[in-house]
Design a protein around this ligand. Structure first.
Ligand SMILES: *[C@@H]1O[C@H](CO)[C@@H](O)[C@H](O)[C@H]1NC(C)=O
Ligand SMILES: *[C@@H]1O[C@H](CO)[C@@H](O)[C@H](O)[C@H]1NC(C)=O
Ligand SMILES: *[C@@H]1O[C@H](CO)[C@@H](O)[C@H](O)[C@H]1NC(C)=O
Ligand SMILES: *[C@@H]1O[C@H](CO)[C@@H](O)[C@H](O)[C@H]1NC(C)=O
Ligand SMILES: *[C@@H]1O[C@H](CO)[C@@H](O)[C@H](O)[C@H]1NC(C)=O
Ligand SMILES: *[C@@H]1O[C@H](CO)[C@@H](O)[C@H](O)[C@H]1NC(C)=O
Length: 392
């Protein structure tokens, strides 16, 4: 066991290299994401949110990348749809999220992010979802002891190892399975590596990462928020009722020590014993790699009022816990004779896609009906409602 650890350290020393990011370059990625709640066991009974944006990365040094999201758009899907519906031509709403942010690297792995101090917690979490796509620990920096580990080595492109990795969904045990992809596969699936010329004389390599939530040092509120706070007592990590399964496929070109991330696609599924409850999909695909000589806009000195927001694990933001005002029988009486009478505003941001009517009834009682709702929360996924006593 001891000699294996020693050997490991020496081998890690050998693979350290340029990593994924070259200075004086701007990498532009197309980003798309979908989150669906399944209303029944069928694959067409879904509601959810889709979003699209561009992500640019400007490496400043081996330890610092400057990122920016542009042209962010989102749309809510409130009617029943099929999972494989193509949304490419769908008109979406704009979402402002354009302030540059800094990604602090340590030997190829992402240690923390810094953002403008006006960035809301929801926006921070959105950035964490996106930046998590770019975490590729090809040096096995974060690896944990595991007898089957086959750590990366300079003379081969296959590897298999476990890491403990902080990503938006928590700091959890993550299995890496690395293998080369034959060129003909890329020819028939160009979406895996849209800029094949960057491979040069080297290879395409697939990095499959998978994790469940059975072994985490730090769990995250990500799924609590996505699955809906009102269900949150049931979505406790590690309990048996919900099974979480996260899979990423990252395709790089080059070598494990000097490469370009061509695409990174994540699917995350939340199941209970009987069926899929939520699916979450994030796709970050390379669009261009261009030389960039003008950094004046994108230096840390020019990014004022930055705050470090720590690692990539989702920040769970507690909502105000003021209980809804209790409704006295008198006011109920009053309302039955005056429909525009007392109203209650829901204090929670409901993210489990409830109907407005369910929301009012669950929050204030069965005699309440909805007047109107507005969006809130992560990706504008949530719903808050203005409710009133109904006159039945
Ligand atoms: C990811 O997005 C790109 C477009 O940006 C698309 O060509 C590709 O098919 C998507 N990949 C998957 C697996 O959906
Ligand atoms: C990394 O790869 C790029 C392009 O393939 C090449 O220009 C560069 O010299 C390589 N860097 C190292 C340190 O090998
Ligand atoms: C699974 O389905 C059974 C039968 O319909 C039901 O009794 C049980 O509560 C369901 N389990 C969950 C976790 O929803
Ligand atoms: C760099 O960009 C800034 C802002 O966009 C501009 O004012 C400046 O003239 C540019 N410098 C060069 C050398 O192109
Ligand atoms: C951001 O930081 C600046 C300077 O430190 C401070 O004046 C400002 O109040 C901060 N804004 C917020 C929203 O915290
Ligand atoms: C209904 O109640 C509101 C205030 O609660 C009051 O301003 C309004 O005049 C009432 N309308 C009627 C028709 O009684």
């Amino acid at each position: 066991m001891k000699s294996a650890t020693l050997l490991t350290l020496i081998l890690i020393g050998c693979v350290a290299g340029d990593g994924a990011w070259k200075e004086n370059t701007v990498y532009t990625y197309r980003l798309s994401a979908k989150t669906y709640k399944h209303l029944s066991q069928s694959n067409t009974d879904l509601i959810g949110v889709i979003s699209r944006a561009y992500l640019s990365i400007r490496p400043q040094s081996a330890d610092l990348l400057i990122g920016q999201i542009t042209q962010a758009e989102y749309g809510k899907v409130t009617h029943k749809i099929a999972e494989e519906t193509n949304w490419d031509n769908e008109k979406l709403e704009n979402y402002r999220l354009e302030k540059p942010f800094a990604i602090h690297m340590d030997n190829g792995v992402i240690r923390s992010l810094s953002v403008d101090n006006s960035t809301s917690n929801y926006e921070i979490n959105q950035l964490k979802v996106i930046v998590s796509q770019l975490q590729v620990d090809t040096n096995a920096q974060n690896h944990i002891g595991f007898s089957d580990n086959q750590l990366p080595r300079k003379d081969r492109d296959n590897a298999f190892y476990k890491t403990m990795e902080p990503l938006v969904t928590g700091n959890c045990e993550t299995v890496y399975d690395i293998s080369p992809i034959p060129d003909y596969v890329i020819q028939s699936h160009p979406e895996l590596a849209p800029l094949p010329e960057l491979k040069g004389a080297d290879q395409f390599i697939q990095i499959a990462k998978s994790r469940t939530y059975d072994n985490c040092h730090e769990t995250s509120g990500y799924l609590l928020d996505i699955a809906g706070r009102k269900d949150s007592s049931a979505v406790k990590m590690g309990q048996n009722r919900f099974h979480l399964n996260e899979k990423r496929r990252i395709v790089i070109s080059g070598t494990l020590e000097n490469y370009t991330i061509q695409s990174s696609v994540t699917t995350n599924e939340v199941r209970d014993d009987n069926s899929t409850i939520l699916s979450d999909y994030v796709n970050v695909t390379l669009q261009s790699v261009e030389p960039s000589s003008n950094y004046s806009q994108f230096t840390l000195e020019n990014m004022k009022n930055m705050k470090n927001i720590g690692n990539l694990v989702y920040n769970y933001d507690s909502y105000p816990t003021t209980p809804p005002t209790t409704v006295t029988p008198e006011s109920k009486q009053f309302v039955t004779s005056n429909v525009s009478g007392p109203t209650e505003h829901s204090t929670s941001c409901w993210t489990a896609f409830p109907t407005a009517s369910t929301l009012c009834k669950s929050e204030f009682g069965p005699e309440f009906a909805d007047i109107k709702t507005h969006s809130c929360g992560f990706l504008e996924l949530g719903k808050q409602a203005l409710c009133r006593l109904s006159c039945e």
